[in-house]
Ligand binder design. Structure first.
Ligand SMILES: Cc1cc2nc3c(=O)[nH]c(=O)nc-3n(C[C@H](O)[C@H](O)[C@H](O)COP(=O)(O)OP(=O)(O)OC[C@H]3O[C@@H](n4cnc5c(N)ncnc54)[C@H](O)[C@@H]3O)c2cc1C
Length: 518
């Protein structure tokens, strides 16, 4: 994958990604040296910016980190790392308070923070901003803080091609800059915060930048990955032929919205004692079985019984988006169905965001520190970005001054050909949707894997454009997810196998860890 290298830059710390995790890491690192934040689009192009529902944190009266921990562990179905969850829920409190002190404006009622509820939370502990635009407000506050710090330099439209790794040591990265020039950035420490993989599926809530580059690049570099089979599908995205796949936040159900099938019946109490607020995997499978039973392409979200002024105030973004497509959330049933949303697994790290490669750290959705297990508890990922973004910053700051080899022995390849391959992004997305989706089985997973392996080989050539690199990364990530899903012969959390429908704690209460063999 190495490209012709045209130039070199040096910095103390390199951060890949400008979502919550990357920004929080950069702010921490700026106290120790110069930080380059590299991001492939505009700074706000991220899942963070799109987050709606809120951020879970034990700040409500009667709540405490222990209770938050209990809900997180239960949602993770035996695969969470308890120590990591403890760090998340305990450090989550000061991280959110700090964010508020930096100017993040969360919604209030009578001068106090307003809390909402989402699936699998036993109590109302989710704070939100601008009704249903929490991510935008968190991103704004972090960017404002980061912009005030001279040490942080942003490089927009700059694409990470590969990490610079020799002998299990990372000394920076190969990037393609705004003018499509290839460069090496050498750094004492590199933090990968490049987000998720949703774009490998046809229906996804994720932004176009979520092509899984970080996972694929880390895998090529020799990082350990874990839990790649666990993809969370969000139960309710707007389903209209004229509209893009738009998320309808779970907090709509938290505020009393209910699901109905195409025959107008409510159904969630048949599937789980928490009804419409059951864990996401349960709701997704229930929706699928109702769609199948009633031979329809979607179910409906019903908010008509809620007070219309409240709905417009509480969900302004959802209200306006639905209105744009001819739907009034106060009067109409909203057609919804599940879509790929979040990767629980990723680059394996310890509690200090260290990977198995020296000088390489990872945090946020691209990383897997073990807080989500087999199923992420709603609104825990923005918190993960804040907590482990800061931890990544603290631990990578210890690398300051580390001698790196970047720029000394960089292999250069010349004359990349423009490749004519007939693999398309759409074909990949369709394959993943059909064969590696919410309900999986060995036969289809095997078929998908064979196809993906062929595609991966075809793409094992020098690539030239960002689109080609992304396609290669998407195929690699799809292959890793499919292989892990095929390996896990049980059902657990978000991973459901129709040929192994039970949970098998004896054999499978463990992670599947993947590492590239050289
Ligand atoms: C629609 C939606 C709603 C959500 N709602 C919630 C919610 O209410 N609460 C909650 O907790 N979570 C929510 N989530 C999940 C949460 O937003 C994400 O998991 C979290 O924001 C991830 O943060 P991150 O910093 O790890 O990644 P991101 O915010 O996705 O940032 C990744 C960054 O990496 C950059 N990047 C990627 N590849 C490259 C490359 N090759 N080179 C350079 N840069 C690259 C991207 O451009 C981007 O800037 C939601 C997600 C979506 C999509």
């Amino acid at each position: 994958m190495l490209a012709t290298v045209m130039g070199r830059m040096e910095t103390d710390f390199l951060v890949i990604g400008s979502g919550v995790a990357g920004l929080r890491a950069a702010i921490e690192l700026a106290g120790f040296g110069e930080v380059f934040v590299v991001t492939k689009g505009k700074v706000m192009e991220s899942s963070t910016w799109r987050a709606q529902g809120g951020i879970a944190v034990a700040l409500a009266e009667g709540d405490e980190p222990e209770l938050h921990m209990k809900d997180t562990l239960r949602a993770g179905v035996g695969l969470c790392d308890e120590e990591a969850v403890r760090v998340l829920v305990e450090e989550g409190v000061p991280r959110v308070e700090e964010l508020i002190s930096w100017g993040a404006n969360f919604d209030k009622e009578d001068g106090q923070l307003s809390f909402t509820q989402e699936g699998a939370h036993e109590i109302r502990r989710i704070i939100h901003a601008m009704g249903d635009a929490t991510g935008e407000e968190i991103h704004r506050a972090l960017m404002q803080k980061a912009r005030e710090i001279e040490n942080i330099k942003f490089f927009e439209h700059t694409f990470l091609i590969d990490l610079l790794v020799e002998g299990e040591e990372c000394s920076g990265a190969f990037i393609m800059d705004e003018d499509r020039r290839r460069q090496v950035i050498s750094a004492s420490a590199t933090t990968l915060a490049s987000g998720g993989v949703g774009q490998i599926y046809r229906d996804t809530t994720n932004p176009p930048v979520a092509t899984g580059d970080g996972i694929s690049i880390a895998y090529r570099a020799g990082c350990e990955l874990q839990d790649m089979e666990f993809i969370q599908f969000h139960p309710t995205t707007l389903y209209l032929s004229s509209a893009p796949c738009f998320l309808i936040s779970e907090s709509v159900r938290g505020e009393g919205g209910v699901l109905r099938n195409s025959e107008g019946e409510t159904f969630m109490t048949e599937y789980h004692k928490m009804g419409d607020l059951a864990p996401r995997d349960v709701v997704c499978r229930a929706i699928f079985s109702q769609m199948w039973r009633t031979k329809s392409e979607n179910v409906f979200l019903d908010m008509r019984h809620l007070e219309s002024g409240f709905l417009k105030r509480r969900f302004p973004n959802i209200h306006l988006t639905c209105k744009k497509y001819g739907l009034d959330i106060t009067r109409d049933l909203i057609p919804v169905r599940p879509a790929a949303h979040f990767l629980m697994g990723g680059v394996r790290t310890d509690l200090n965001s260290k990977t198995n490669i020296k000088g390489l750290f990872s945090c946020g959705e691209v990383a897997s520190v073990g807080v989500h297990g087999a199923n992420r508890l709603a609104s825990n990922s923005l918190l993960e970005g804040l907590v482990f973004g800061k931890r990544a910053g603290t631990s990578s700051s210890e690398c300051l001054g580390r001698r790196t080899s970047a720029g000394k022995e960089v292999p250069e390849k010349k004359g990349e050909a423009s490749i004519d391959f007939d693999i398309t992004k759409e074909a990949l997305q369709e394959l993943m949707e059909k064969k590696v989706g919410i309900i999986r089985c060995g036969v289809s997973l095997q078929e998908a894997l064979e196809e993906l392996e062929e595609w991966d080989k075809t793409l094992d050539v020098p690539l030239s454009s960002q689109e080609e690199f992304e396609l290669k990364n998407m195929v690699t990530v799809a292959k890793l997810i499919t292989a892990s899903a095929l390996g896990r012969e049980e059902s657990r959390g978000a991973h459901y196998r129709s040929d192994f429908p039970s949970t098998d704690d004896k054999k499978w209460k463990r992670h599947i860890v993947t590492k590239k063999e050289n």
